[in-house]
Each structure stands twice: as structure tokens, then as C-alpha cells.
Design a protein around this ligand. Structure first.
Ligand SMILES: C[S@@+](CC[C@H](N)C(=O)[O-])C[C@H]1O[C@@H](n2cnc3c(N)ncnc32)[C@H](O)[C@@H]1O
Length: 360
């Protein structure tokens, strides 16, 4: 198995391809990318035997911005016979031992998603056959590799595996979040996903809890503020627009009709800074750096709206610059993570964590 299959948002194949090419090279892995516009996936073909497995094992999925999920796989299986698709797939997966879970998926496009009913039905006989060959364990095991089959059409699929400690826990890499009916905008799901993605469940009790103070720049109508209020925080919401009455009535929100680029926090004990202003990404990044240097927050989540062109280069340049600026200003234990989350469209979400004692 010498390919790495990467799921991404449709329209972001070029970014996903450029990123995997760069990141594989950093690990000394050479190969080339097969990608087509709007397919919602990229395949990276490694030149040397064993290199795809190395990427699946050693390239942390968490550090890839544009890939939602990845798995090591063989060549595309084509012309699968309609009366027995199971046998060639089992054959292609025969090198896997004791997988812990099976996911039969498709790329995230409208056309491919029409195959999802088929995928669900097909999972049953395929799972039985894989268990018989001990490619899958008799019962699910979260510590064993995940077996993936990704159908591009009803007669073609990529088949392979991911390591459970370097894989999205979600089917197709997509978290299913329920839109809370009391939230004033659908954007609320972006911050909900970001909190769940960037803050591990066992850390949420200490880093995301009731009583904390937060600032929301570009807050209206309040979808992000809703997520902070829901978690029991007190929020300074900064925006010239109107905030949802329901949020104001909670008594947890103070609305400042001010320019987010000029606003200065009235309190000194802000833990969370969040920012969803539609602005040039470099301007937003500079604003976050300014707040960090002033010691005005501990953790920030903000969006960088992506330009039309050179999106991968623009994002990586901004993030690299941010790390340099923080280092130059005496920060030494910060963490910057960035992901094109499922609920993001033409933007990426960044998490900046200024760990306790990160400033010298
Ligand atoms: C995408 S919306 C935010 C949506 C919000 N996060 C939610 O979930 O409801 C962007 C907001 O940023 C605000 N905005 C843009 N530039 C701003 C600035 N310089 N200062 C304050 N707010 C600004 C706009 O008024 C707009 O309400």
C-alpha cells in the first residue's frame, strides 16, 4: 500500500495537495499528488515502499490544515463486479491484521454522497467477510487500526487503513453537531466544532468552564457568544451590529458598539478571546499578536478568511510570522494550531494557546 488518501473540503484539493507534498518532504518522503478540482480528496503516491505507512504513522493529522482525515491505501480498485465487490476489496486489504473498526465512506461531494446508502448497506457483508479473514477483530477495538473503504462510484474504491491514534474519530472526518435552536446564527457551529477539536475533552474542565471571562470580537448576532454563554462564561461582545436579545437577557453579555481593532478589554482577567471579523487575514493575525503581547488573554480562537488565490501559502506565511512575533516578544511555550474545520467555508480556524508561564 503506497498511497495516502486525504479527505478535504471540495474546492480545496490544491491546498491539500500542496500541504501534503511539503509535509511529506519534511519527513524525507518523496512522491507525487493525484488531485482533481472539486473531488474533495487528494491521493499522495509515495515512491518508496513503506513510505505511505510512515506518513500514516508519523505525520500527525492534527498538524495538517486542509486534510480532515487520511488513510494509507492501495491503488484505486476499479471495475468492481456488481455481483461481488467484497472479494477484491478483501483481497486488497489482506495485509491488515486485526483491524478495530470498519468505515465505508465517500468523498464529501453531493454526487459521491448519493452513494452513502449503498455504503451503509455494503458495510454489513464486507464487515462479515473481513472478520472471517481476521482483517477485522470480532468486536470493535478503538486501539487497533481503522479499516477504510472509500467509494468514488459504485464500482471503484480506495481501500486501506489509518492508525487509531492518528486519525479523525469521525466517519469521513466530519463531526456531526446539532444546531442549537436557541443560537442566533449558524456560525455557532464553527465555534462549537473549534472548541471540541482544539480542546481535548479531559482538558475542557480546566480550560473551558463556567465563570471565565471572554471577549468576542465581531460578535453579532451572537452565534459565537452563544457558545461562550452556554458554557457559563461572561462575555464582552464587540460589534456595531445588533446582538440577539435572548443573549443580552442572560445577564452574561456586555455589548460594546466599538471597532474590534481599537477595543481594549475593560477587565484584566480575560481567559478566552474569540474573533470572527470578516477582515484581511494578516490584519486579524496582527490584532491577535497585539492582544497576546499585551497579555490580554490566555487562549484565542479566530478565523482567517482565505483569499481567492495562494490560500495555502498565505495561511502558512501568516502562522509562521505569528510564531516569530511571539518568540521575538519573549513567549516560549505557546501553541498555534490551525484547521480547515468542517463548518468553515472559505476560512480556517486558528487556536492560539499561551500556556501558563509561556512568557519569559
Ligand atoms: C461573520 S460575522 C460574525 C458572526 C458571529 N460570530 C456569530 O456567530 O453570530 C462578522 C461580524 O464582524 C463584524 N465586524 C466586522 N468588522 C468589524 C470591526 N472592525 N469591529 C467590530 N466588528 C466588526 C460585523 O459587523 C459582523 O457582525
Amino acid at each position: 500500500m503506497n498511497n495516502l488518501f486525504l479527505f478535504c473540503r471540495a474546492g480545496y484539493e490544491k491546498e491539500c495537495a500542496a500541504e501534503i507534498q511539503d509535509r511529506a518532504a519534511e519527513l524525507g518522503v518523496a512522491g507525487y499528488v493525484k488531485a482533481a478540482a472539486n473531488n474533495a480528496y487528494v491521493v499522495f503516491q509515495c515512491f518508496a515502499e513503506g513510505d505511505a505507512d510512515k506518513l500514516g504513522r508519523e505525520l500527525p493529522l492534527d498538524t495538517l490544515i486542509f486534510a480532515r482525515q487520511m488513510f494509507v491505501c492501495s491503488e484505486l480498485l476499479q471495475d468492481l463486479p456488481a455481483d461481488d465487490r467484497v472479494s477484491p476489496i478483501v483481497q486488497a486489504l489482506s495485509s491488515i491484521e486485526k483491524g478495530g473498526e470498519l468505515r465505508v465512506e465517500t468523498p464529501d461531494t453531493n454526487e459521491a454522497k448519493e452513494l452513502l446508502t449503498f455504503c451503509r448497506k455494503f458495510t454489513v457483508p464486507l464487515r462479515a467477510a473481513l472478520k472471517k479473514q481476521e482483517i477485522l477483530l470480532a468486536s470493535e477495538n478503538q486501539r487497533r487500526p481503522i479499516v477504510h473503504v472509500c467509494f468514488l462510484g459504485s464500482d471503484s474504491a480506495y481501500a486501506g487503513y489509518s492508525y487509531s491514534n492518528n486519525s479523525s474519530p469521525f466517519f469521513m472526518g466530519i463531526p456531526r453537531l446539532k444546531f442549537p435552536s436557541a443560537a442566533p446564527s449558524r456560525s455557532t457551529l464553527k465555534l462549537d466544532e473549534a472548541f471540541n477539536y482544539f480542546i481535548a475533552p479531559h482538558e475542557q474542565e480546566t480550560r473551558l468552564h463556567s465563570g471565565m471571562n471572554a471577549v468576542d470580537l465581531g460578535a453579532c448576532p451572537g452565534g459565537w457568544t452563544y457558545q461562550l454563554v452556554r458554557r457559563g462564561m461572561f462575555v464582552s461582545a464587540v460589534d456595531n451590529g445588533p446582538m440577539a436579545d435572548s443573549l443580552m437577557q442572560t445577564g452574561q453579555v456586555t455589548h460594546y458598539r466599538e471597532d474590534g481593532f481599537r477595543f481594549e478589554p475593560k477587565r484584566k482577567n480575560i481567559y478566552w478571546l474569540v474573533c470572527d471579523m470578516v477582515e484581511q487575514p494578516s490584519r486579524v493575525a496582527e490584532l491577535m499578536e497585539h492582544w497576546a503581547i499585551n497579555g490580554w488573554f490566555h487562549e484565542a480562537i479566530f478565523n482567517l478568511k482565505l483569499p481567492m488565490k495562494s490560500r495555502y501559502k498565505e495561511v502558512t506565511t501568516i502562522l509562521q510570522r505569528m510564531a516569530e512575533v511571539l518568540q521575538e516578544n519573549g513567549f516560549n511555550r505557546f501553541q498555534i494550531r490551525c484547521k480547515h474545520l468542517y463548518h468553515d467555508r472559505d476560512e480556517v480556524t486558528v487556536h492560539l494557546y499561551l500556556r501558563p508561564g509561556s512568557h519569559i
